[in-house]
Ligand binder design. Sequence first.
Ligand code: ASP
Length: 347
Amino acid sequence: MDNREKRKVLIIYTGGTIGMVENPNTGALENFGLHRFLEMVPELGRMDYHISLEAFDPPIDSSDMEPIRWKEIAEMIVRNYETYDGFVILHGTDTMAYTASALSFMLENIAKPVIITGSQLPIGQLRTDGKENLLTSVEIAAACDASGRPIVPEVCIYFDSRLMRGNRTTKINTDEFNAFQSYNYPPLATAGIDIRFNARLIRPIPTDKPLRPHLELDDRVMVLSLFPGIRQDFVEAALSAKELRAVVIKTFGAGNAPQKPWLLESFLKLRARGILVVNITQCSEGSVEMHRYETGLQLLNAGVENGHDSTIETCVTKLMVLLGEHRDTEQIRALLHQSIAGEITVP
Ligand code: ASP
């Protein structure tokens, strides 16, 4: 195949276990640089694609990921958007689902694959899962139909043989290779001997709509997870933060909360201050339905928004992007109930 005809893939290396080695003094895993990383994966040179690399310098543990670093990743993609057919992001697993969710909102109208992956074992270890994750991600980023159109034009996580929509994915396992799960949306593809794509589940290419990046995020968001016995003074202290613009509450079951007058009063006060309160469930699977029980209905009546079947990662990052983009709270409120990037199932 002529070099010009080869599919072009850009790998963006941000860090994470996939590129770590053990520090002989402390025994802890630490990142190593791009050069050594490439030495460890000579297989990349055998793939029939034109592959280039960009990297965070130095690479980071994904626990240090921040909105400003999402902006850097998004800018790398925007800068290289016309040149490459697809993108692979190597990332630590700890906050991978946040990054995948954030990018899905930051890259509106994305029409090319952005496949995020990493590993549970460093790439230099014999039993590493990193090579399969990386090489298959590159295959998926390059995959196209007979007319050269990408098969997966969206932000995804590929891990342990499954391709999942990025903003539906959560890290669920610290030990095993199947570190991610997409509870409320089926996998977009599974990789065995062949990669089987489920075209019905994949977002269509947005026609006639250019890529519209949203790079300025607003981080004035907080998460409040409810539990039996939660104290009024602690909650009120947290919610009185002056800069607050949105609160995600993690409720019980189908979106229920204790029937404590002070709690409802707190939510009503937030609403009066123009602060959005969004209800998502602590359950891994299923959706919030606030009208199902009295304990949920009271929240609806206090002006709490339904977060539907959002993951925590999606809810937080969607709010950051919407707050960064819009001043008008009513506009944001309306967008919370729309699926912008396939992130919620709208009833
Ligand atoms: N702490 C690592 C990180 O998220 C874990 C991993 O990569 O799996 O960067």
